[in-house]
Each structure stands twice: as C-alpha cells, then as structure tokens.
Design a protein around this ligand. Sequence first.
Ligand code: SF4
Ligand code: SF4
Length: 375
Amino acid sequence: MSVADYDVDYSDVEGRKAECPEGCGMCCLCQPEVLPEERLFFRENHPKELVKSKTQDPYFALALKKGRGSCVFLNDRRCGIYGRRPAYCRQFPYHIYVGERVKVELNLSCRGVWTGKGNDAREEAAQIVKAADGRIGKAVREAGDVYKQFYRNCKDAGVMSDQALLRSSVSDNLAGFTDLSRLSAIMEAAQMEPVMTLKGLPTGSAPDMEGLEEAARSVAAESMATNDPLSVPIYCDRDWNWNIFMVDESGGTVEWKVLDDEGDAILKGKSPTDSIPLRPLSPDAGKVMEDYISILNHRDSFMGSVFSLIDYNEYEDDMANAYYGCLSTTVLDLMWRASMLDHFMGVGTGAEAMKEAIIFYDMDRLDAPTIGAFV
Ligand code: SF4
Ligand code: SF4
C-alpha cells in the first residue's frame, strides 16, 4: 500500500501557512520518537542521547534534559541537530490521523500556524505524508478492522447515527453552541433524551449560568488535575513562556507555573477554582469559538475520540448524544480556560482571549483517546 492507494484529506490545512517563529520550542517538550531507520545515525553520533522508553511496547526516543525537561538538543530554544532531527520533529504541527480515511490535521497549539506567514501548509503536509507512507499504510490496514468492529457494536446496541448528518446538523447550528441558553438545552438533551436532535431545542430562555459554571469548572479542572507538572498540557504564551496549570485532587485550587528548559516548574500564582468566574462570550469571542467548533466538526480525530468514549461507556450512549455532548463540553472547557487565562494573565474576554484558550486547549484535544491512530 502506498500514497497512491489511499485518499488523503487535506481540507484542514488547505489555504493555511505555517512557520516556526524564533523562541518557541514548545513541541521540543514532547519527547520525539526515533524511527528504526533513524537509529543508526544517533547510535553512531549521539549514543548517550538515544534512550529506550519504559513503556509496554518499548521504542527509541531522544533523551530529555534531566530526564523530564525539553529534548537534550534544544539550546536557547533552537534545535542543535536541525538538519538531522527525527521525522516526528519534522511532522509538527501536522498530525496524520488514520481512521476510515487519512486526514491531515493542524495542531492549533502551535503559535506558528496563527501568524498567517510561512510555508504553504498543504505543500508541507503532502511532503510529510509522502515521508510517512510506510507507517500510514500499516495504520490504514489496522484502523479498517477497528472501525468495522466499532460500527457492528453500535448497530447491535442500537446507538448508530449517520456521521454525515451529525456533521451537517452541527454546521447548520454552529451559533447554538456559543449561545449559552441553547448550549444549556443541548447539554440537557444529551443527558436526558434517548436520541437527541438539534431541532426544536428551546431558545430564548435565560441560561442556567450556575449549572454551566459548575460544569465548566469541573470539566476544565478534570483535564488539569495532576500532581505531576510534566503530565499537563503546555500553554505557550505570546512571550514564549511555557505555562502549566495544575488543579489539586479536590478540584479546589489551581496553580499556575512556568516550566524552564530543564523541566523545573516555577510557581507564578495560585487561586481557589471557585474564585474564577465563568466569563460570558463576547460576540467576537463567540465567532472565534464557532470557527473552532467548525474545525472540530470536520476533524476525524474528534469523531474518533467520541467513538472511543462510546466504546468506553459500553455502547450506552446514542452516537448523536455523545457527539453533541462532547462538542458542548469542549465549549465549556474553552470558556473556563479563557476565564482562567484572564484571571492569571489578563488576556481579556474577547476574540484574542478565545484564541489563546484554543492555543492552550488544542494539544489536549489532539491527545484524546481515539479508536483511530495518529502516525
Ligand atoms: S510548536 Fe510550532 S512554532 Fe513552536 S517550535 Fe514547534 S513547530 Fe515551531
Ligand atoms: S531534535 Fe530538535 S526539533 Fe526535535 S525535539 Fe529535539 S530540539 Fe526539538
């Protein structure tokens, strides 16, 4: 199987540009795997920097500073082996997702995709797909079986929906996900109705702000809950600081820290989570959110993560309820993250604040469990 044997969807990257501005280095905090064909170079030239993972399926990777910071080759936020960096480093910020088809998705946590400058993303993505051809072919064969089994399970459990219809219903109702009274209604229907639709949901009533605020805080806190500063997503801010936010076990306190290259975390602030109110969306922030919901609605990895959740919940949720429910949860998570960034860093409440929340959040999204595979 080769590129000629499978279709690749490039719609996510079409018309976009990507560059790597000086001083970022955020993706060098993700330990890069070294492919079998790249090992010889590192064995011969940098043997101490090549390490074996301690995972169930061990793989080779580049060492991290002090075993927990950025990649050992990152110095002053520049790669010391740029011309020989591993394929996984070259791939960022593109993610190749293999589900029922192959789709290239763009990681919006990379600030280099927001500048509107740089190389043509479609062209870069095509080169990356070509270089990853062998890995993609293998994943296509494996994913086909997984998806077939998943659909059989959904049909047997009576929870199957038409994906194309789900996506078009979201495209037709994007504003419903950023209008808080409709968002409340969607979330309630996702929990209460056996099979929900977006049609005929109540509009115009006052949103249940208390309920939304509690749900938003709980969903965001859950994704930041950890004692380990190296297991939470990084938010690279406009000054290239690597920020992390950690919520304690009880969900009652959030700590803001900044990571240095060595992986040490310096405390910058701390607040009770309930002292951070959910800021309503301004119209321009709502528009940025709508655009992001539209991107998620077309991402196969998002659909794959909803499928993974359905499987995890043993096929108890209808596919439509799970899909609309996950999108609603995403909106709440983003709203609370934007509120938290404003609380600690003063990013405001408009379009810029929502953009920063998306930059913070998208890495989490692309890391969510899914029934397909990133290669
Ligand atoms: S996250 Fe993006 S901008 Fe930052 S170093 Fe990586 S590719 Fe470059
Ligand atoms: S090899 Fe270079 S690009 Fe890759 S993680 Fe290390 S410093 Fe970053």
